[in-house]
Design a protein around this ligand. Structure first.
Ligand code: ACO
Length: 322
């Protein structure tokens, strides 16, 4: 059976950087509160670029890294909860903008775990033998759905996109991938859709906002993150000593620190870039992985665990060798 591998990675963040001091002007908060409760200092926030613009730039960077052109792509999957439009999807806009021939291109929504789901789908589609090269992207502009009257949530999010080019491999480089969901019927983390029936009174411009019960999400995240790591190690028949670094979804530094304690691993093993990125949902994991590679924390031949969790509730992870 053929295997798959990561051929290249890329990232893109908007230039506009919003500091905690900027947040203090919007809501009753403080730099001290945000840093001590979340680890966030600054976050990139888009002004005039939409999700497909971020995805496009991340895609170009990943394709350059993999040394391929649009003609080489056989499949595009975009994980996002903040597409430009309900339809067409970000993936379909990208297929055109990148100049690909007609190929399968679709979006998926598994919230902050979306990139892991995309990895899982691409891995299996590549292994089917029908496709040779896939572009998978996590791209979000969550800040356009933040409620800037709600200090509990608006300080947490940033915008960005991260991408992988994946291809087939003769060596087993992707050792394990897991994905799960367990429906959040309490609405602990949600964003409303459109009303089933138009009541003729809803203002045309009314838009949904992200709502979150932070403590419930925190409980879920701190329980599930160590569980993902343990299951991946078991599935890949590895011990923690076989792993160079753990790159988790960057939702909150305290979640990552707590997982390190539960797993009894050195805090240094847990990569974090939340300080200057914030929570970028589906973009979080590929942004962090790309940053780890580009800053030399991850090198060719290194083996890492990536793990994500988020609205849905969804969770998943992978063991990957570069
Ligand atoms: N600035 C100042 N005070 C604040 C702020 C703020 N930005 N936000 C909340 N507070 C206040 C609260 O109002 C509360 O005040 P009160 O005691 O007077 O009522 C106090 O701080 C404590 O609030 P808690 O909710 O208990 O704060 P907590 O320590 O739990 O931290 C946080 C909140 C950071 C949101 C945390 O619960 C968390 O990180 N949860 C997980 C979030 C997450 O992982 N989301 C990821 C998924 S996003 C996605 O999937 C799209």
């Amino acid at each position: 059976m053929s295997h798959t591998q990561v051929l290249g990675t890329g990232a893109y963040r908007p230039d506009n950087i919003v500091t905690n001091a900027d947040m203090e002007k919007l809501v009753d908060t403080s730099d001290e509160w945000i840093q001590s409760r979340t680890g966030i200092k600054t976050r990139p926030m888009t002004i005039d670029e939409n999700t497909s613009d971020l995805a496009y730039n991340a895609a170009l960077n990943a394709m350059a890294d993999a040394n391929i052109t649009a003609a080489d792509l056989d499949l595009i999957i975009v994980a996002t909860v903040t597409p430009d439009y309900q339809f067409p999807g970000v993936s379909q806009l990208l297929q055109k903008r990148l100049g690909c021939r007609p190929i399968p291109a679709f979006d998926i929504n598994a919230a902050c775990s979306g990139f892991i789901y995309a990895l899982d789908i691409a891995d299996k589609m590549l292994k089917s033998g029908t496709y040779k090269t896939a572009l998978i992207i996590g791209a979000e502009t969550l800040t356009k759905f933040a409620d800037y009257d709600d200090r509990n949530t608006c300080v947490l999010f940033g915008d960005g996109a991260g991408a992988f080019v994946m291809g087939r491999s003769t060596e087993n480089k992707i050792k394990s991938i897991i994905t799960y969901a367990n429906g959040d019927d309490q609405g602990y983390l949600k964003m409303d859709g459109y009303p089933l029936k138009v009541d003729f009174k809803t203002p045309k411009q009314a838009r949904p906002f992200l709502e979150m019960n932070g403590q419930e999400v925190f409980k879920f995240a701190t329980t599930v993150l160590p569980r993902i790591v343990k299951e991946l190690l078991e599935d890949a028949k590895h011990t923690i000593d076989d792993i160079d670094i753990i790159i988790a979804h960057q939702a909150n530094k305290r979640i990552i620190d707590k997982a390190a304690k539960t797993l009894k691993v050195d805090a240094h093993m847990m990569f974090s870039n939340i300080e200057h990125t914030g929570n970028t949902s589906a973009a979080s994991v590929p942004l962090a992985i790309d940053e780890a590679i580009k800053t030399g924390r991850l090198k060719k031949g290194d083996r890492f665990i990536t793990a994500a969790f988020g609205a849905g509730f969804t969770w998943g992870g992978a063991v990957i060798e570069l």
